[in-house]
Design a protein around this ligand. Sequence first.
Ligand code: NAP
Length: 250
Amino acid sequence: MMTEKVVLITGAGRGIGAATAKLFAEKGYAVCINYKANSKAANLLADEISATGAKCITVQADVSQEDDVKRLFSIIEQELGAISVLVNNAGILHQQTRLEEMTAERINTILINNVTSYFLCSREAVKRMSTRHGGKGGVIVNVSSGAARTGSPNEYIDYAASKGAIDTLTKGLSLEVAAEGIRVNCVRPGLIYTDMHADGGEPERIARLKSKIPLQRGGQPAEVAEAIYWLASDKSSFSTGNYLDLSGGL
Ligand code: NAP
């Protein structure tokens, strides 16, 4: 009998994470939907996934907090079994502004939510996946952003810099664990239709920018999910430390 593979997707109640959770469930994974505050969205998604017969749990945990991350991983172990795939996806951005207006509090909040969280979840995953620790290997997919390349001037260079850190984490960690059965890659989405743009104060941001996108449209969360799934699957078995841009050519 084949053992069911287990995936943790952080920040999976909404947006790209939610589309990714649905796709992994369709492909036969047992899915852990992590969320921070919006239990309603996470539970609705879990009901939708469970109705298809897939195994699915929701776990509230602020992945920027070490104790929450430890609790999250031990719940997964108890309820679903050994983790095979970690998708580091949870992320935030704040109101569009220039550097002169950024407080240390704002910058630190962005960094712990977008960077510390990926480090902590990756650490717990590596401890369980690495053959060095008796694990069977696994895959980590980081959701970075095209912002790591553009720097997001006049919008949120704090957010863009946090994603630059994720690109570097992807490279360094991939090399650190390459001989231990773990692949680490990242996707770098461009403009994707989710709630995130409203958090920056411009819900219609994609409408303003889409004529600059060579494909002339924003992307859908499901299109990002497909790339994440590919990087998690054996179809990408020779890829590690790589970045997959999903930006409609921008
Ligand atoms: P979204 O719709 O705003 O959803 C963000 C998700 O992250 C929510 O489920 C939220 O939980 C969760 N979250 C935030 N901080 C968390 C924390 N500390 N602990 C646990 N969960 C947390 O965003 P999205 O657009 O899907 O973004 C997903 C990822 O894609 C992010 O890393 C983002 O930077 C990246 N990205 C997005 C775009 C885009 O155009 N949308 C482009 C490039 C990259 P709650 O639901 O509980 O609030």
